[in-house]
Design a protein around this ligand. Structure first.
Ligand SMILES: [Ca+2]
Length: 254
């Protein structure tokens, strides 16, 4: 097994997010309700309302959809509202949103994430995707051909630690690229992703650590990488189950 560590990050250099101020919406914002503050309850968060909004997009079953929750309690010092996805070893749950316009060039996505648990069976979860909804089934980012940015988390070597990884090009799980090692469970981290759709690359930064070198967009054999990015998604899978929180999501042109 060989995985490349692109940036030699030590946990200490990755500053965790202390407090979570509400994101200030701007005219340029490609996403909406990034701070989850105006969402009333879990039912509203899951529902795909008129216009662009957060919703559970995989629609596997009622039970699967109910694993997406609006959390109002204090989580690792974040007392504001946030989204939560709960692990289930047989179910898939997606929190997705359509961007204000398809992105064919350069844009940036930022979010804060707090991992509670990555289940050990597959040792991967809390996925983030930027991609499309091209196959018209199971919602955006549900199959490989729809994915451009492909990030996930796995348990670290030591109890309570997690690693952030990317899957580049046609690589399998074993050839994943480690982006940050030995971060802490139940700690908020800010992740910044600079996408260059036309170039087929993106870079990832955690906290104030240096950005990774350009990563290749995810690819599937015999299919083109998405040329227009229309959706962002967070997910837990039946074969990659985890419990995690997300807050202060923003997508903007750059
Ligand atoms: Ca919030």
């Amino acid at each position: 097994m060989s995985f490349r560590v692109l940036v030699s990050l030590v946990a200490a250099s990755v500053l965790a997010v202390g407090t979570c101020a509400a994101a200030t919406p701007t005219r340029d914002e490609l996403s909406t309700d990034g701070d989850f503050e105006t969402i009333k309850n879990s039912a509203q968060l899951r529902r795909d309302d008129e216009g662009r909004d957060w919703h559970e997009s995989r629609r596997q079953s009622r039970q699967a959809r109910e694993l997406l929750l609006l959390s109002k309690k204090s989580v690792a010092k974040n007392r504001t509202q946030k989204a939560m996805i709960k692990a289930h070893p047989e179910l898939n749950t997606y929190l997705s949103q359509e961007l204000a316009a398809p992105q064919e060039g350069r844009f940036r996505v930022t979010f804060e994430i707090c991992i509670k648990q990555i289940r050990p069976e597959y040792n991967r979860s809390a996925f983030f995707f930027a991609g499309t909804s091209s196959d018209k089934k199971n919602g955006p980012n549900s199959t490989g051909v729809e994915r451009f940015v492909f990030l996930g988390w796995e348990n670290g070597d030591r109890e309570g630690k997690v690693n952030l990884f990317a899957r580049q090009g046609l690589t399998g799980w074993e050839e994943r690229t480690l982006l940050a090692k030995d971060l802490d469970l139940m700690t908020w981290y800010k992740v910044t992703i600079d996408v260059d759709t036309a170039a087929g690359t993106y870079s990832v930064k955690v906290g104030t650590a240096p950005a990774s070198e350009p990563l290749a967009a995810f690819a599937t054999r015999g299919a083109a990488v998405p040329q227009r990015i229309t959706h962002i998604s967070f997910a837990s899978w039946n074969d990659g189950a985890g419990t995690f929180y997300v807050d202060n999501v923003s997508a903007r042109p750059r």
